[in-house]
Ligand binder design. Sequence first.
Ligand SMILES: [Zn+2]
Length: 311
Amino acid sequence: MSIDLTNPIFHDDAAAREHLEAQRWPHGPECPHCGEKRAEAITKMEGKAHRTGLYNCKSCREQFSVTVGTVFERSKVPRAKWVLATHLMAASKKGMSAKQIERMLGVTYKTAWFMMHRIREAMSIDPKRDGPIGGDEKIVEADETFVGGKSTNAKKGKPIPTKYPVMALVERGGEVRVKAVPDVTGKNVREALFTLARRESMLVTDEASVYYHPGKEFLIHETVNHSKRQYTDFCGFAHTNTVEGFFSLFKRGIMGSFHSVSEAHLQRYADEFAFRYNYRKVDDATRANAILKAAKGKRLTYRRPDKAQDA
Ligand SMILES: [Zn+2]
C-alpha cells in the first residue's frame, strides 16, 4: 500500500473538499440540481458558508456542495475521513475489515461499516460506464464459485456459515464482471453470460452442463475438464486460470477480512474486488480517485444497519 498519510486531503477538511471538487468537477463546478455548468451562473458563497464549500446556482437558485448527489451526501463524517477511507479501500488488495477502518479513522464500528458500504456502492458496476466485456477476437473466461465462511471460523455453537454462489466473467487481459446469483441454474447462468459478455467473444468455461446451451451462442465455446486435466483445446486458449485467479483473490479477501458474508451484501463485496481488479494496472492514488469520480450519481437508499453482521 502506498498512501502518504501526511497528505492534507486525509485530515484537513478544506483540502479534502478541494480534492473531491477536482475529481468530480475537473472543468469547474456543475449544479447537481439542474446541470448548469457555465462559470458565470455558479457563484461560490462567501462568509461562513464559504468554508463549507457551498455554491449557488443562478439558473435554479439552489445551493450545493461537492457531495450533493454522491454516496457521501448527508453524512456527518468529515470529508477528509471519507477521502482516507476511500484511499485505504482502493489500496488494500485483500480488502479491509470495518474494524480496521474503525481504528484507522477513529469512528465507531457502525459508522465504519456504513462508510464502507457507501464506498462499495461507488465501486459498483455502472451500466452507463461499464458495458459488457469481450468482443471480436477477445477471450472471456466464465466460472462460478461458492463464497462464504468456513466451518473452522464458526464460533462454537453457531451454525456453519452458508456459502453463496457468485459468477465471474473475465476478459483475458481486460476487465472482470461479477454477479452474485441465488442459484447456479441454467437460467441464471444464461442471463449472466448474455448481459455481461458480448456474444462475438470466444468463451472458455469448465464442462458444467449449465454452460452447454448458452455457450453455443458465442463465437467459440471451449471447455476445460479439471478432474481429468483434459482440454478441448482446438485453438490453444482453453484454460480458466484468469477467472480462477480472480476468485482466489476474492475468497482470500473474504476469509481474511470479513470471515463471513451475508447473501444480502455479497454483491457489494464482489463489486469491491472487481473494481480493484479492473483498475489493477494503475497506482493506488489513481484507483482511489476513480472511486471518488464514480461516487457521483450513486446514493444508497438504505439506512444504517440494525445488525452489522458482516465484519
Ligand atoms: Zn442549478
